[in-house]
Design a binder for this molecule. Sequence first.
Ligand SMILES: NC(=O)c1ccc[n+]([C@@H]2O[C@H](COP(=O)([O-])OP(=O)(O)OC[C@H]3O[C@@H](n4cnc5c(N)ncnc54)[C@H](OP(=O)(O)O)[C@@H]3O)[C@@H](O)[C@H]2O)c1
Length: 474
Amino acid sequence: MSLEFSKKLAAHQTPIPGVVLYDLPVHGDNRGWFKENWQREKMVALGLPDFRPVQNNISYNEKAGTTRGIHAEPWDKFISVATGRIFGAWVDLREGPSFGAVFTAELDPSQAIFIPRGVGNAFQTLEDNTAYTYLVNDHWSADAQGQYTFLNLADETAAIEWPIPLADAELSDKDKAHPRMGDVAPMPARKILVVGADGQLGKALRAQYDGDTSVEFASRAEFDLTSENSFTNRNWKNYSAIINAAAYTAVDAAETAEGRASSWAINVTSVAHLARTAVEHNLTLVQVSSDYVFDGTKDSHDEAEPLTPLGVYGQTKAAGDAVVSVVPRHYIVRTSWVIGEGNNFVRTMANLARKGVKPSVVNDQTGRLSFTEDIAAFIRHLLSRGAPYGTYNFTNDGPIKSWADIAADVYELSGGSRSDVTGVTTADYFRDKEAAPRPLSSALSLAKTRSTGFDPRDADERLAEYLKSENDKA
Ligand SMILES: NC(=O)c1ccc[n+]([C@@H]2O[C@H](COP(=O)([O-])OP(=O)(O)OC[C@H]3O[C@@H](n4cnc5c(N)ncnc54)[C@H](OP(=O)(O)O)[C@@H]3O)[C@@H](O)[C@H]2O)c1
């Protein structure tokens, strides 16, 4: 069959999620032909994952009818034909709803196909002297071979219609011995690792991903970010993403000599370690940032505002953001006034209301609450939607309020009176206290967050629900 020249570079989706067939432009003349077999920039623009190949393999097949497979390997492949022609067959052997999906196609040098990790791959040569070549994004190793998943070429469920019947084809003994579909051990998905999983946000992420075995949670005891062993003892090839819910969050203690050291160690040095790990293993890194990276002189902060932190905590969070911003696959989720399972402002006010205390609360710091349940849902949304990498603000929605307004809301919702709360300026409140400087305006613009298709819930509604459950517990 003659080769079709000068096709337009095009991507075609197939019934197997993530398997994409490409038409490649092949330029022919009196000398033969030339093609760009893999061209990162043009193909990524067409939707090919930026899969960072590290090894190129070629199998030369002397005879038509040579048949190899079906092998699912723990890395992605970009397969093409240098010369000759193949019949390719692909079967989804990944754990999940598309397990067992089949796609077949004939490939000559004017086509290529992207096969994600865990999709079984097989081919049969249709011409003598066929050279089959593929790029992979991990180095082959005997250890990795232990993670292969196999399916028998003759499996009745996949029912691949081999152009040359298997009885007449050239097969290896190993390939003849692979299991039928019912006995295949599906390849598990790469996992998401949540570190700092016992903090307020960590607990909400546990609830958000409850029952999802592809997400693993590590408390400080299981993954101490400041320990080298945490990083070296883990096989990062089995992960796709890290969500960093750990941080040094003691804003005032960060101003002390000891606190400054801990804050830099956890919020910067350890974050740099996470970032290096993400770069090295091509992982997505989700970092959680803070309104404290701003001096609070603008009424509303968008994601592009230059960082202007006032205190040590804010400076370390800002430095962490700068580090994470160079990870190719990163999300920085910038949030403020976090409320979840832990010590927080709303809990403190609810306790005071129950005790009948009439507090003074600052009335010149303004912003919006962020309930951890919603931050966790937004992080999941970014990861599952494959939203463009970058920084996103996240708070709950609704009017911008001061801490004193929110305290009054808490009192009212807890059976007290709004007038039990007296407003005081930040300067007066902290006059005789050792405290970190605080941004006065913490309100974050939510336009970019909404542009991803996520509408943050109203903070007042969330506050009422939160207090109902807190008051029921009390
Ligand atoms: N809270 C807020 O109002 C607020 C506002 C804006 C942004 N943020 C950001 O939101 C994120 C989540 O905050 P959060 O309120 O959930 O904080 P949190 O409740 O204080 O949780 C932080 C967690 O990090 C853990 N941790 C500290 N050092 C660690 C280490 N070396 N290795 C492993 N884990 C470590 C802590 O463990 P231990 O309990 O053992 O110390 C804790 O479980 C943070 O990035 C924070 O900067 C928070």
